[in-house]
Design a binder for this molecule. Structure first.
Ligand SMILES: CCCCCCC/C=C/C(=O)SCCNC(=O)CCNC(=O)[C@H](O)C(C)(C)COP(=O)(O)OP(=O)(O)OC[C@H]1O[C@@H](n2cnc3c(N)ncnc32)[C@H](O)[C@@H]1OP(=O)(O)O
Ligand SMILES: Cc1cc2nc3c(=O)[nH]c(=O)nc-3n(C[C@H](O)[C@H](O)[C@H](O)COP(=O)(O)OP(=O)(O)OC[C@H]3O[C@@H](n4cnc5c(N)ncnc54)[C@H](O)[C@@H]3O)c2cc1C
Length: 624
């Protein structure tokens, strides 16, 4: 099962090696992280990042190994933005010459970069950004400026205190005309003493949700006051400004400007499956250790994992973790395929790639955030302790519903793609890829489900048809209702809640389909495929019909702990007293409690000033 989860034997081996490297290095300790002040936490993040880079160089780690090392360190920081957004933005939007210049420095960490798109006033609406980049032909420079308070860059990770450079998104103005949003490379801080360059006001935006968690990241604010940069720092793969100030657009779709977001959304699906699997791992392992109540006859107490209610709340998450993992692996393939096509100037699959990455990012992160919260409840009181690992896991993953595109905004993008496809089908065009099922419209609009029993849900063809019919009918229904509205735009707006539901149904169909396709591969190991079939059935059925699942849960229960062990997480990475591999939960909880700074002294700080006088006064009063 570890191989099925990881994707290959090689993937298991390399992940194990990197996870152990992190777990055995004292610099990467994280068990007291939630007790650090914001400043201490930030410094700890800088220390870990520098140490990780040192180890990467010393051990000559490959890109794959270095990425895993960063993942297992498990502490959000500037390096994430540098590698996941700054570098890809230059790769995707820079010319060959620009890539050579900037990536050479970025790969060696001679510069640290971030992705500065969002502003105080606009995040979702990228076309509404206000920062300006005005070309001055007299000096061959762009003047970068924040004309209003709301145009302050706001949120970019690593911007607050760390980044030396950024890809800044701004409205390009030349020859008096506004050509809309483009990307520019800007140096922000001196490479000698790290002070902000003239005209740049920069800082951290303040503490965020939860203790520890995303507070390790210095999300930043930045205002620009007529800062000049050379013309060749405009990222010029998609469009150029000539020496004379002429705007020239390349023969590539302008949506490629959003390419970095497509790339990151794809990686976020993999992050979501990992976060969900960690929460499930903790809740399942702990559920096998935790006992409450016994038989009336005084028999042994029951493992809480044996309660049917516990299973019906938890096993859909276990199934979802596997489902998201497999769809994430497929999405990575899709992204690679689209990138290759783009390189040979075939842009035909771009809309589908956008819809798939946006939709899957949205559905998997929302489900993950909800599931982590529920896993806390599934662990009872102990799940609420920081030492369970769940509060931090929740706080770190919650913003994934917002960053890289608010989940509802992204689902509306999927809906727009679906409405276009429905109208193309109506005019006789054959849909392809993830919308190919819409071509079967006659049948899917009227067919009746052949699913009657739990066993039917193990029949892939039956499952697929149910999901296809559901998604298609919801999409067609929306399209018909939109066509009755006074205008397309009004109809879309009025029906937006239904459109979001139709988009979710389409995305769930993709997830189910990719799970089924996974089951058609050669899967080694005794009983592995059978367990995965059951999980696939649970994933599909829990979305449609919750009541028939009991039988399947009973078949998964004997292997539940093994199924989470297959995630192959070290105790260090899981970071949970409740989810320990050895099950020694209670001594771990007890030991963790003593690490809290409140326990550094037996009598707490504040006793002399506030508690003692109060108690003494009460005592005096009672004696009167
Ligand atoms: C280890 C992991 C670390 C992760 C760290 C995460 C740190 C976080 C970073 C960030 O959050 S960076 C900022 C991210 N910001 C966003 O995601 C903003 C979301 N908004 C948008 O993407 C866009 O504004 C929009 C909502 C898609 C709207 O775009 P626009 O105003 O241009 O309008 P439309 O008319 O809707 O679209 C026009 C046209 O373009 C197509 N399209 C839109 N996006 C893409 C895309 N990414 N790729 C390809 N095509 C795209 C869209 O479908 C329309 O097509 P047509 O219908 O006209 O054919
Ligand atoms: C932890 C974190 C890290 C981030 N890192 C970065 C970074 O590194 N770089 C960067 O540039 N940005 C970053 N961001 C910003 C992030 O990309 C934006 O917050 C995100 O795109 C959402 O935009 P918004 O905040 O403007 O939300 P808003 O658009 O203001 O959303 C508010 C509400 O309005 C709703 N809404 C908005 N538009 C519509 C619509 N058309 N139809 C229906 N409902 C709508 C949304 O669903 C939401 O409920 C980060 C954000 C967070 C939280």
């Amino acid at each position: 099962m570890k191989v099925a989860w990881a994707g290959s034997r090689h993937a298991v081996e390399v992940a194990d090696r990197m996870a152990c490297l992190v777990a055995s290095d004292p610099v990467f300790r994280k068990d007291t992280r939630t007790m650090l002040s914001r400043k201490e936490l930030f410094k700890d993040t800088l220390k870990k990042a520098a140490h990780a880079w040192k180890r990467t160089v010393e051990l000559h780690l490959t890109e794959e190994e270095a990425n895993l090392l960063r993942l297992y360190i498990d502490q959000p920081g500037y390096v994430d933005l540098h590698w996941v957004m700054f570098v890809p933005a230059i790769k995707g939007q820079g010319t060959e010459e620009q890539q050579k210049k900037w990536l050479t420095m970025a790969y060696k960490f001679q510069i640290i970069g971030t992705y500065a798109q969002t502003e105080l006033g606009h995040g979702s609406n990228v076309q509404g950004l206000e920062t300006t980049a005005t070309f001055d032909p007299s000096t061959d420079e762009f003047i970068m400026h924040s004309p209003t308070l709301t145009s302050s860059k706001w949120w970019p990770g690593g911007l607050g205190k760390t980044s030396t450079h950024a890809v800044v998104y701004a409205r390009l103005i030349t020859e008096g005309k506004d050509y809309g949003i483009h990307g520019f490379i800007m140096q922000l801080r001196s490479l000698d003493d790290h002070s902000p360059l003239p005209g740049i006001t920069i800082g951290d935006i303040g503490g965020k949700f939860g203790s520890g968690a995303y507070n390790s990241m210095d999300n930043g604010v930045m205002r620009l006051d007529h800062v000049r940069i050379p013309r060749d720092q405009m990222l010029m793969r998609l469009a150029q400004v000539t020496r004379e100030g002429k705007y020239v657009h390349s023969d590539v779709p302008k949506q490629l400007l959003y390419g970095t977001m497509v790339y990151v959304r794809q990686t976020i699906v993999a992050d979501a499956s990992r976060a969900l699997s960690r929460a499930v791992c903790i809740a399942v392992r702990y559920g096998a250790i935790r006992k409450q109540f016994g038989s009336k006859a005084g028999g042994p107490e029951t493992q809480v994992l044996n309660y049917k209610t516990q299973q019906s709340r938890l096993f859909p998450f276990l199934a979802s973790a596997y489902a998201f993992r497999f769809v994430g692996q497929w999405l990575k393939w899709l992204y690679t395929d689209v990138t290759q096509k783009l390189e040979s100037k075939d842009f035909s699959t771009l809309p589908e790639a956008h819809a798939c990455t946006a939709g899957l990012k949205s559905v998997t992160t929302s489900a993950t955030a909800d599931a982590i919260e529920e896993c806390q409840k599934l662990c009872g009181g102990h799940g609420y302790l920081n030492s369970s690992g769940l509060p931090e896991l929740f706080a770190v993953n919650l913003p994934a519903c917002t960053y890289e595109g608010d989940n509802v905004v992204l689902l509306l993008q999927v809906a727009r793609f679906l409405m276009k496809t429905v109208s193309q089908v109506a005019s006789g065009k054959q849909p392809v890829g993830t919308t190919a099922y819409m071509g079967n419209i006659q049948h899917l609009m009227q067919c009746k489900s052949v699913v009657n029993t739990v066993e039917d849900w193990l029949n892939p063809a039956a499952i697929k048809e149910v999901f296809e019919a559901r998604a298609l009918r919801m999409a067609v229904n929306c399209a018909q209702n939109i066509s009755k509205a006074p205008s397309q735009e009004e109809g879309f707006s009025e029906l937006s809640p239904d459109l979001v539901e139709a988009a979710v149904a389409h995305v769930q169909l993709i997830i189910v389909t990719k799970f089924i396709e996974k089951l058609q591969e050669d899967i080694l190991g005794h009983g592995v495929k059978e367990q995965l079939q059951k999980l696939c059935g649970i994933y599909a059925l829990h979305l449609i019909h919750n009541e028939r699942l009991g039988k399947l849960y009973a078949q998964v229960r004997p292997n539940a702990v093994a199924l989470v062990d297959a995630f192959d997480y070290t105790d260090h990475y899981l970071g949970s007293a409740l989810g320990r591999y050895d099950g020694d939960v209670y001594s771990a909880l007890y030991k963790e409690a003593w690490k809290d700074p409140l326990n550094e002294t037996v009598v707490p700080d504040g006793y002399q000033e506030h508690l003692r006088p109060l108690l003494k006064q009460q005592l005096k009063l009672s004696r009167l």
